[in-house]
Design a protein around this ligand. Structure first.
Ligand code: SF4
Ligand code: SF4
Length: 86
C-alpha cells in the first residue's frame, strides 16, 4: 500500500555514506514505537531494522539523513537531530 512512495529500494546498499550528507541524522526515541515497520519499509537505503516495539534502529554507515523515516513514523518516535560536529 506504500508502494508508490518507494522510489528505488536498496538503491545504494553499495554506496556507503561514510559521512553524513544532510547534516541530520535520525534519532530513534524508543518511547512510543509500535513496531509498525513503516520506517524500515520506507527507508530508501534499507538500513533500518528492528524486532519489536522500541527496538528499531538504523545503520548510520548507510543512512543518508533523508528524514523520510521520521516523516512516516505514525508515533513520531523518530526525530531528526543535527549531526554532531557539523
Ligand atoms: S534518514 Fe531514515 S529513511 Fe533516510 S536513510 Fe536514514 S534511516 Fe533511512
Ligand atoms: S515507523 Fe515509528 S512506530 Fe513504526 S516501527 Fe518505525 S519507529 Fe516504530
Amino acid at each position: 500500500m506504500f508502494g508508490p512512495l518507494i522510489a528505488k529500494p536498496g538503491s545504494s546498499q553499495n554506496n556507503k555514506t561514510g559521512s553524513w550528507r544532510s547534516g541530520l541524522k535520525p534519532k530513534y526515541l524508543k518511547k512510543n514505537c509500535i513496531a509498525c515497520n513503516m520506517c524500515a519499509i520506507i527507508c530508501p537505503e534499507k538500513c533500518i531494522s528492528g524486532e519489536g516495539k522500541n527496538n528499531y534502529d538504523c545503520d548510520y554507515v548507510f543512512c543518508k539523513g533523508c528524514g523520510i523515516c521520521a516523516t512516516v513514523c505514525p508515533k513520531k518516535d523518530i526525530e531528526m537531530v543535527k549531526e554532531e560536529g557539523k
